[in-house]
Design a protein around this ligand. Structure first.
Ligand SMILES: NC(=O)c1ccc[n+]([C@@H]2O[C@H](COP(=O)([O-])OP(=O)(O)OC[C@H]3O[C@@H](n4cnc5c(N)ncnc54)[C@H](OP(=O)(O)O)[C@@H]3O)[C@@H](O)[C@H]2O)c1
Length: 326
């Protein structure tokens, strides 16, 4: 059975992807950062499964900066497929820490590509790009040929990594692909992201644990999908006969206000009674609307984002209710 290496295995997508690949019979290796805690909550179900952890799932310490270590891990594990998910993934935070965002997301990807270029039999490579590369696009919905006009440090770093991935495919014959992902959510979404902040607040307010929710702009529109659907598409991209780039989105957009309304409806509350807006949560440059055209993924990968926003929000709020209930 094939072997995969996942960077960012402890994240939302990495944990779902690891589960998906293990279920398909893969041996999975994951890069993890060394830090002061070994708590990796999203991997708990796999970590505590004696038939899986250190049997078919192996974790290796490496920061994206540890080029020598990553090269050694690649030589040792010889994966057939490399899913590159690691990076500073928060757009707002990228204004606070633009240097490390670019160091890991942009340069980290280039360093990986450089290692692959030197391997005698490089694995198939998938870089997880982002709709933020389009910034304020001239066309809507966006497709694989829409020009990149990023307006955030995160978007600029992802645009660099995306173009490097395409360049290394064209120049060095690597099987290197980009999954240009629109926002995707789940109960495993980090708590600093607006979507999870909303579902957690709806649950906490309904349980009497919180009084209000404070947000920035409610006008931004995003194409929100379900993370487990998206990791399925990631796998499909690397099973194609030739490397290519794909837009992964639902083709439907909603506003932050829509998201709020759906979340509070799950707990029979009206969001307008609890909202506070604070300009401190506004970003120096906002992306107003991003909407993907996933036609190519549908035609070539046979993939569609099946879980729609109301269902995604319901799953997230119900998860948060279970977590918060005393
Ligand atoms: N979710 C979305 O809506 C979305 C949309 C478009 C693109 N993306 C991209 O898709 C990828 C996965 O997203 P996600 O939602 O799963 O993000 P996430 O939950 O924030 O996970 C990010 C992962 O990257 C790891 N990481 C960060 N910096 C690292 C470094 N310097 N060295 C090694 N590992 C590092 C994190 O490790 P720790 O656990 O140690 O922090 C974590 O495992 C990211 O690249 C993100 O930018 C996501």
């Amino acid at each position: 059975m094939p072997t995969a290496l996942i960077t960012g295995i402890t994240g939302q997508d990495g944990s779902y992807l690891a589960e998906r690949l293990l279920a398909k019979g893969y041996t999975v290796h994951g890069l993890v950062r060394r830090n002061s805690s070994t708590v990796r909550t999203r991997l708990d179900p796999l970590f505590y499964d004696k038939d899986v952890y250190n049997e078919r799932l192996f974790l290796h310490y490496a920061d994206l900066d540890d080029v020598t270590t990553i090269r050694r891990i690649l030589h040792k594990t010889m994966p057939d497929e490399l899913y590159h998910l690691a990076g500073q993934s928060h757009v707002g935070a990228s204004f606070e820490i633009p240097e490390s965002t670019c160091q890991f997301t942009a340069m980290g990807t280039l360093k990986l590509l450089e290692i692959l270029r030197d391997l005698p039999t490089p694995p198939k490579f998938l870089h997880i790009s982002s709709s933020e590369i389009f910034g304020r696009p001239d066309e809507s919905p966006q497709n694989e040929t829409t020009p990149m006009r990023p307006v955030t440090p995160y978007g600029i770093a992802k645009a660099f990594a995306t173009q490097m991935t395409t360049l290394y495919r064209d120049s060095f014959e690597l099987f290197a692909c980009n999954a240009i992902c629109y926002n995707h959510e789940s109960p495993r979404r980090g708590e600093s992201f607006v979507t999870r902040k909303i579902t957690k607040a709806a649950a906490a307010i309904s349980l009497g644990l919180q009084d209000t929710i404070t947000l920035g702009s409610l006008d931004g529109r995003r194409d929100w999908g379900f993370a487990p659907d998206y990791v399925d598409a990631m796998w499909r991209i690397l099973q194609q006969p030739a490397p290519d780039d794909y837009i992964l989105g639902t083709g439907i957009d909603h506003s932050v206000e829509d998201f709020l309304a759906i979340a509070f409806r799950v707990v029979d509350l009206d969001w307008r009674d609890y909202i506070q807006q604070d300009p401190r949560y506004l970003r120096p440059a906002e992306v107003n609307r991003l909407l993907g055209n996933p036609s190519k993924a549908k035609q070539q990968l046979g993939w569609t984002a099946t879980t729609q926003l109301p269902e995604i929000v319901r799953i997230m709020v119900q998860h948060d209710l279970r977590e918060l209930q005393p």
